[in-house]
Design a protein around this ligand. Structure first.
Ligand code: XIL
Length: 334
């Protein structure tokens, strides 16, 4: 990597660029990527790009219940620590993902047959142990992930079944007690429109806010694809109404797959356009303070390889989507 007066070139292409994080900082926006600790082995191009381009990271898997708390009396912080240490060294904010979810739950809980009282205690201990460990280091937590169905009802999960619907408010309270300075988020997918799910999310959070539950914001996952366009107007409307009840928003897991028919060039252009349209909405919405992608290189996407959903290709070359984000950040310089 060559650094000349703040201009960085670490790409094969000769095009010079200002890192996304420098452009984003001028707009008071955090721009981030999900990270898997297995890619942090020291001195790789992956790490160079991650540290140069992004000022926020999310733990893709390493803070999920089954990984960080695999047995009743065993926590394994080693992998999450690697990501947090990397972020601290590189002056990046950390999004902790995720404290309460119906997926990636360890067998000791799934098959534990615990009573309501025991499950409350287990969840409280889990949340408070994990949150206190990273107190002052994790900037924002996805406290509750994907608690709603598409029709707006509460999703069936071991937490709902044992603790009841109070588990949501309790999770926020417990997290807040463990780190009063961390921002606490509810995170979900399919809420970027005005629909049954986002309507129910809105009324649920309004009620929780009115009751004084410490919730700071909503994460919009936004795993999508070019064949399923996101309407910028409804996205803005849904963010605005949350803003009106005092909630900020983060785009937390953006990726845009291109695995449909048509020329590759056309599909990459469409992908680039969608990335910049979504970014524009966030920049236009005061309460949208972060845009995080679910990885940055197609080499490590969680989707099928043909989806190529991220902004660098599998060989770490920036794609059209990267340049469209750069342009949008430049155009919107305040
Ligand atoms: C995904 C990870 O990317 C995969 O590696 C893992 O196998 C499954 O989980 N919504 C979420 C994320 O909130 O935690 C999921 O991450 C993707 C969907």
């Amino acid at each position: 990597m060559l650094i000349i007066f703040g201009i960085v070139t670490h790409f094969k292409e000769t095009k010079e660029t200002i890192p996304l994080r420098s452009l984003a900082e001028k707009q008071e926006l955090f721009i981030g990527s999900a990270v898997n600790s297995k890619n942090l082995i020291g001195g790789t191009q992956y790490e160079k790009i991650l540290s140069t381009e992004f000022n926020m990271v999310t733990t893709e898997n390493d803070m999920k219940f089954s990984l960080i708390h695999p047995e009743k009396n065993t926590y394994d912080f080693s992998k999450a620590d690697q990501i947090v240490d990397f972020a601290m060294e590189n002056n990046q904010k950390v999004r902790g993902h995720t404290l309460v979810w119906h997926n990636q739950i360890p067998d000791w809980i799934k098959y534990g047959n615990f009573s309501e009282y025991q499950m409350r205690k287990i969840l409280k201990d889990h949340i408070q142990t994990v949150v206190s460990r990273y107190r002052g280091k994790v900037f924002a937590w996805d406290v509750v992930n994907e608690a709603l169905n598409e029709d707006g009802s509460l999703r069936d999960s071991i937490w709902l079944r044992t603790i009841g619907e109070d588990y949501i408010a309790l999770a926020f309270q417990w997290a807040h007690e463990a780190d009063p300075d961390a921002l606490l988020f509810y995170n979900d997918y399919g809420i970027e429109g005005i629909n049954a799910k986002s309507n129910s999310l809105y009324s649920m959070l309004k009620k929780l806010k009115n009751k004084g539950v410490p919730i700071d914001g909503v994460g919009y996952q936004m795993h999508t694809r070019i064949s399923r366009n996101i309407n910028p107007e409804t996205l803005k409307k849904s963010m605005d109404r949350l803003q009106n009840i005092g909630l900020q928003t983060h785009i937390t897991e953006l990726d845009i797959g291109i695995a449909t028919s048509g020329s590759l060039n056309t599909r990459l252009n469409k992908q680039a356009k969608m990335y910049s349209n979504i970014l524009k909405v966030c920049l236009d919405t005061e309460s949208c303070t972060a845009l995080v992608m679910w990885g940055f290189t197609d080499k490590y996407t969680w989707k099928d390889k043909e989806a190529r959903p991220l902004i660098f290709d599998a060989n770490y070359n920036p794609k059209k989507a990267y340049w469209s984000i750069t342009e949008t950040l430049k155009e919107n310089q305040k």
